[in-house]
Each structure stands twice: as structure tokens, then as C-alpha cells.
Design a protein around this ligand. Structure first.
Ligand code: GDP
Ligand code: IMO
Ligand code: MG
Length: 431
């Protein structure tokens, strides 16, 4: 058996939820290792759709164990609501099937308030965050002033944590952002209540995963966001506040780097991005509109229209290097049906030079002009195709061009949102 990490190669929303749900059939354990409920991972099974923000996307498979690692930031209210939504969906999640790391940090009310207040104050230069308190929560983690899941299980220690931070948070909220302060007793009460409800799920994710790996069980790691939203390697400062790259599967779950066998990079057949930041292949014309409409490109978390553009292989090739990808999963190929031509960016022209990856400086990325290769489009509906050879010749050529430029094989090609609307070229667990 094996350990496989699934990550997004672009700016998020590549279809990680669908691919993780699909691959869970081959796994015993599925773990999230970073991000929080800024993620929105969509699963469509037997025509029914559910969007998951915190629970790993393996949860619909009744006999698999899902884990929320120490690297995730958990909003306990959102998680409890999600467990209720799953119950209404017909999936009762017993504590044997969901383990939440005691070390995971908790998103507190002041994190959400600060996230929103900061964005409002930035005006045009705002990042366009999801407003879920992700950045402020990670800031507190690194500043060593955070609240962790285990604090919710012990009144005295939660009180001590809040006493240590609330003065400063309330000063910022009231004097700088002109907001209402947060009341210690009310927060204590509310969060101890969440602690009581979550207590049966709290456990030692690192030990659980290491035991599973020692027993040769198959483990799947589910990335959130995408490589170019990584706080170090992404289009800084228009990024999220965690490391989204595959290496963080280790830090964010408590396993060693020698335990990872294979990394699958998910890429959409085109590019999207939500929120601010550079996007060299963005389309502002009817083709962009066509992609947004046919691809249903509206945020799974915030409902915002996603910015759409041509596939950018500079972005994907950077992701190959940053994540040590072993194979690719291509999603949403069906969405390009009906376009007379399709384009792929294979490099950039920038300040008189030709580049094949994104430069570090935001201002330089904004000056990058994509160099495109153009391919004929196709008219056929792809959603019933289950074998690569059954794709229309033009779609095959498009996929082969991507493979040749990137230099990696495809393990999966997705032709619709449904679990079954998939061409499995090679099982990543067999790599
Ligand atoms: P994630 O954040 O990477 O899990 O992706 P999202 O769930 O935010 O966005 C992907 C969207 O595309 C969801 O609405 C999926 O149901 C949908 N989707 C995934 N794969 C395909 C595909 O191959 N074709 C089409 N048409 N939709 C897809
Ligand atoms: P999934 O897992 C797409 C973006 C936000 C914003 C930036 C910072 O569904 O792919 P944050 O709230 O994290 O501080 O916002 O990151 N962002 C995402 N974009 N998909 C996501 O997750 C995202 N999570 C955060 O839009 O630009
Ligand atoms: Mg998403």
C-alpha cells in the first residue's frame, strides 16, 4: 500500500474534492493537513452534491477514517455545522471515523473580525480573503498566542489563553478598527460548549497515521487551496496564510518526509482564481464568460464569481517542481467543449526576456505577457467518455500537448463533476 498526496497546482478550486473522493475508494485513511474553512471542496455522488470545508473529502465512504491534522485551522462552529449537514446528507460521522488533532489551532471570533476589518480598511489593495479568520489565526499560531483544540477541553487553560490575548485583540478591534470588543466570558462559554461536542473526536493524528503507515495501510493526504496560494511559493502577498505545497503534508499531520510515496497534482483544463492578485492568462472577453458559465465557476465557499483564463503551463510547471509531482490529474476538460480554439500559455515575455515560470516580484508578474500555443477546439460532449482513446481527436491532442510540455503522465482525466465521470489512466496508489 502507499501514501499519496493530492494538491492543487494552480490557485485553488482545481477539483481536489472530486479527485480525493474518487481516490478514497483505494485508501484507508484520508487526512487534511493545512488551511481551514477557506476551502470549499465539492463532491457529487449519484447526482447529489455536497460542499465540504473542513471534513476530509473521503467522509462519504462509510468504512474510511478521516483526520484533521495539526496544520489545519479549525472553526469549531463550522465543523459542527458541517457534521450536521453530513448527517442530513445521510452520512452519520461517528468519532471512530473522524479524528481531530489536539494540536490544531482554533479560529476564534476575533480572528474573523480582524480578517474582515483589515480587508475593509485596505480598500482597493485588499487581498480578497474568504473572511473566515484564516490569516489572523495562523498569525497567532506563529506568534505563540493561539488557542489549540485541546484548550477547548479544559476551562482553566482556555481562560488563561483568552486572558493572555484578549486585551490586545480588543484594543486593536476597538481603537484601531472601531469595532465592538469581544467578551471573555461569552467566548469562554461558547467555545467550551464546542469543546464538549468535539471532545469525542479529538485524538493523536500523528500517532494514528504513523501506525497506519507501519501497518501498510493506504493513506491519502488532501491539500487545500493551490500551489500558487502558498504563503512562501505563491503570488505573495495575494496568497493564503499556510504552506499549501505537498511538503506540508508532513508538518501538518506529523509524519516524516520519507513516508510519502506519490504526489498527484490536480490541474484544471484552464485557469481560475478567486480574490485579488496577478493572473497572466486571465480573459476579460466572451471566452472567459463562456468558461465561467459552462464551468460553474463561482466560489464554493463565498459564491464570488471566479476569474477565468486560459491554461497556464508556467503555473503548472512551477507546481511540478515545488511539489515533486509524480502524476497529474486533469479536471473540467468537458468545460472547453464548444470553443472554436483553445490556447495554452507555454511561457511569458517579460521586460524583453522569455520566462518559463512566474517571477518572484508581483510587479514583474503583472508585466508578463503569455506566449500561447493554439489548438483546434471540439464540439463533442465529453461527459460520457470513460477511456482516453474515446476522447475526440482534438481533445486528445490538447491533453497530449499538456503532457508533453509538463513532462508528466496523467493518472486521471475528469470529464464531469460526478464521481463516475472520470477516465482513470493509472491508479496513483499503484505507482
Ligand atoms: P476544489 O476546491 O479543488 O475541491 O474544487 P471546487 O469544488 O471548489 O471547484 C471545482 C468545481 O468543479 C466543483 O463544482 C466540482 O463539482 C466541479 N468539477 C470537478 N471536476 C469536474 C469536471 O471534470 N467537470 C466539470 N464540469 N465539473 C467538475
Ligand atoms: P480550495 O481548497 C480558491 C484565496 C482567497 C484569497 C486568498 C486568501 O477550495 O481550493 P484566505 O481566506 O485564505 O486568507 O484568502 O486565498 N483562497 C482560495 N481560492 N480556493 C480556495 O480553497 C481558497 N482558499 C483561499 O480567495 O484570494
Ligand atoms: Mg474550492
Amino acid at each position: 500500500m502507499a501514501t499519496v498526496v493530492v494538491i492543487g497546482t494552480q490557485w485553488g478550486d482545481e477539483g481536489k474534492g472530486k479527485v480525493v473522493d474518487l481516490l478514497t475508494a483505494r485508501a484507508d485513511y484520508v487526512a487534511r493537513f493545512q488551511g481551514g474553512n477557506n476551502a470549499g471542496h465539492t463532491l457529487v455522488v449519484a447526482g447529489k452534491k455536497i460542499i465540504l470545508h473542513l471534513t476530509p473529502s473521503g467522509i462519504l465512504h462509510p468504512d474510511k477514517v478521516c483526520l484533521i491534522g495539526n496544520g489545519v485551522v479549525v472553526d469549531p462552529k463550522v465543523l459542527l455545522e458541517e457534521l450536521d449537514r453530513l448527517q442530513a446528507f445521510g452520512v452519520a460521522v461517528a468519532p471512530e471515523r473522524l479524528v481531530i488533532s489536539a494540536y490544531a489551532h482554533v479560529i476564534m471570533p476575533y480572528h474573523r473580525l480582524l480578517d474582515l476589518a483589515r480587508e475593509a480598511r485596505k480598500g482597493h489593495s485588499k487581498i480578497g480573503t474568504t473572511g473566515r479568520g484564516i490569516g489572523p489565526c495562523y498569525e497567532d499560531k506563529v506568534a505563540r498566542t493561539g488557542v489549540r483544540i485541546h484548550h477547548l477541553l479544559d476551562e482553566a487553560s482556555l481562560r488563561r489563553r483568552l486572558e493572555a490575548v484578549l486585551d490586545e485583540k480588543n484594543f486593536l478591534l476597538t481603537h484601531y478598527y472601531r469595532q465592538e470588543p469581544v467578551d471573555l466570558e461569552a467566548v469562554l462559554d461558547e467555545y467550551l460548549g464546542y469543546g464538549r461536542l468535539l471532545a469525542p473526536f479529538v485524538g493523536d493524528v500523528s500517532t494514528c497515521l504513523n501506525r497506519a503507515i507501519a501497518e501498510n495501510r493506504a493513506v491519502l493526504f488532501e491539500g487545500a487551496q493551490g500551489t500558487h496560494l502558498d504563503v512562501d511559493h505563491g503570488t505573495y502577498p495575494f496568497v493564503t496564510s499556510s504552506n499549501t505545497v505537498a511538503g506540508n503534508a508532513c508538518c501538518g499531520s506529523g509524519i516524516g518526509p520519507t513516508k510519502i510515496d506519490h504526489v498527484v497534482g490536480i490541474m484544471k483544463a484552464y485557469t481560475t482564481r478567486v480574490g485579488g492578485g496577478p493572473f497572466p492568462t486571465e480573459l476579460f472577453d466572451t471566452t472567459g464568460e463562456h468558461i465561467r458559465t459552462c464551468g460553474g465557476e463561482f466560489g464554493s465557499t463565498t459564491g464570488r464569481p471566479r476569474r477565468c483564463g486560459w491554461l497556464d503551463l508556467c503555473v503548472v510547471k512551477d507546481a511540478v517542481r515545488l511539489n515533486g509531482l509524480g502524476s497529474l490529474a486533469l479536471t473540467k476538460l468537458d468545460v472547453l467543449t464548444g470553443l472554436p480554439v483553445v490556447r495554452i500559455a507555454v511561457g511569458y515575455r517579460c521586460d524583453g526576456a522569455v520566462l518559463d515560470g512566474l517571477p518572484a516580484e508581483m510587479e514583474r508578474i503583472e508585466r508578463c505577457e503569455p506566449i500561447y500555443e493554439e489548438f483546434p477546439g471540439w464540439e463533442e460532449d465529453l461527459r460520457s467518455v470513460r477511456r482516453f482513446d474515446d476522447l475526440p481527436a482534438a481533445a486528445r491532442r490538447y491533453v497530449e500537448a499538456i503532457r508533453d510540455h509538463v513532462g508528466l503522465p496523467f493518472s486521471i482525466i475528469s470529464v464531469g463533476p460526478g464521481r463516475e465521470e472520470t477516465i482513470v489512466v493509472k491508479d496513483p496508489f499503484a505507482s
